[in-house]
Structure formats: structure tokens, C-alpha cells
Design a protein around this ligand. Sequence first.
Ligand SMILES: [Zn+2]
Ligand SMILES: [Zn+2]
Length: 314
Amino acid sequence: MPPGSPLHVAASSVPVETPPDERGIRLVDVLPILSIHFLCLGVILVGWSPLAVGVCVFFFFFRMFCITAFYHRYFSHRTFRTHRVTQFFFSLLGATAAQRGPVWWAAHHRHHHRHSDHDPDLHSPSLRGVIWSHTGWFLTKRGMSTDWSAVPDWAKYPELRWLERHHLIGPALLIASLGAFGFIAGKLWPEANTSAWQMVIWGFAISTTLLYHGTFTINSLSHTIGSRRFRTRDNSRNNWVLALLTLGEGWHNNHHYFPGSARQGFYWWEIDPTYYALRIMQAFGLIWDLRPVPAHVYDAARRHGVDEPAREDR
Ligand SMILES: [Zn+2]
Ligand SMILES: [Zn+2]
């Protein structure tokens, strides 16, 4: 997009005002995520099996769904409703992705929508580069902290505050379950050629590493590569490759124009698997009141968008 184009957002000239002492990457925050990456090398010792690879792929997509459906479309934007018990269950499932708790996730994501590609957006590739937006921003003091004032709707639930403090229970439960499954499968079904450690390496370490980078593309590449249907005030893009990888999140320009919809692929040809699954969950009564794309958004799409976004964050 050339500068001067009506769709170009000149955000790169905006200075970053996050306090310097909160901008630096901290070793204490890098070590956990780096450890998961290094744990992938354990594959040299444990080998592989079709069962382990299948479990890896399953937990990649299952947890991608938990992040997009629950952490993003529910906790960040409240695009559907559910019972308080299922709400906690959804938050626990999301925590298995090792992306902290839903309140931390939602607080930062709402901040991103308020300031997209303008200061003080923490993970804008326009402001601080693609690598920073992909992996740098959350390894800082500011990125690791939770702005509770951005999430008063969730702060009132003691069980969610508890999960924020103990978010590691999510990955811990997954690791323990994978280890137990691998151990039992290895004993009872020798032809499967698997073990507890093989299941942990593939089902957690490799799957989580892939899941991290799949999720992070929405902060980095979805603001860099793709087309723009709507003239939003940010650099958000629609990208069908990222939409397939992230179960529908790649329709990011649609989403930035109207974040209040449970649906991010606005047309039948914009594949949005998360939305299809939410429709099925609604049919079973697990969730309800899925918020639709309003008619005025489709009108704006026919006019190739308008200069100011039809924002409805929550
Ligand atoms: Zn965005
Ligand atoms: Zn969003």
C-alpha cells in the first residue's frame, strides 16, 4: 500500500510512549517460552509415531479454537453468551494453550482494538516492526502485566481471578494427561510405538510451539500482508491463508471494522471454522445469542468501506 493512498494509514510516524523501563525484554519472561521451544528437540530422543503426530495436530487445532472462540470472541469481545459454569470451563480450556489467563488476554486485546497501529498499541508491526509484534511485546514488564480496569466485566468473577493467578494449571493438566495417556497407550498398545515422553514432546511442546506462532501471526502478519475491504484507521488485513491456519482469525480487516460480531468471515466464501463450530455449540444449547454482522456493515462493504470504522468492541 503506497503512502498517499486513501487506504494507507501513516501510523509509523507516531512515537511510542510506553515508559522505557517497561519496554525492555526480560530474561525471566523469555525463559518459559524459550524452554518450550527447546523441549521440541526432545524429539531426537523420543522419536515419532503416527499417534503422537495425530495428537500434536489435534491439540494444535483444538487449542486454536479455544483461543479464537473463547479468549478472543467471548472474553475479549463478548460476541455470544453462555452459563457461568461453561464460562469457567471455556477459560480453563483456553489456559491449556499456555497463553496465560483469559483476563490478561482480553485486557491486552481490548487495548489493541482501542489503539490499533497507533500509540500506545503494544504489538503493532507498523510502530515497532514485525518481529516485535510477533514475539517481543509480551516479553516485557508492560506486556506481562494485566490492566484490570480494561476488564471490569470479568474482574468481578472470583473463579476467573483465581485462574489468572494459577493459569499454569491449564498447561500442567494437559502435560499430565498427555503423559498418562502415552504411558497407558505404550503399555496396553505396543504397536502404537509411543510413550509418556513422546506424547508430551509432540502433544505439548511441538503442538504449543506451532500454536504460539500460529496465534502470533494475527498480531504480526494480519497487520502486514493481505487485502483491505474496509478503510479502518489501522493496517489490518484480510488474509485467507492465515484464516485457514487460525480457524477464521485471518479475516482481520473485517474484524477490526466490526469486532462485535461472532463471525469474522463475513461471506460464505470467507472460511471461518470457529464460527461454524460456535453455531453447532449454539444448536446444542451450550452458548446462545451469537451476535451477527449487522446490515449496515454489509452496506459499507458494498461501498468498499468508509473512512471511520463501525466499531463496536463489546
Ligand atoms: Zn489487530
Ligand atoms: Zn479482536
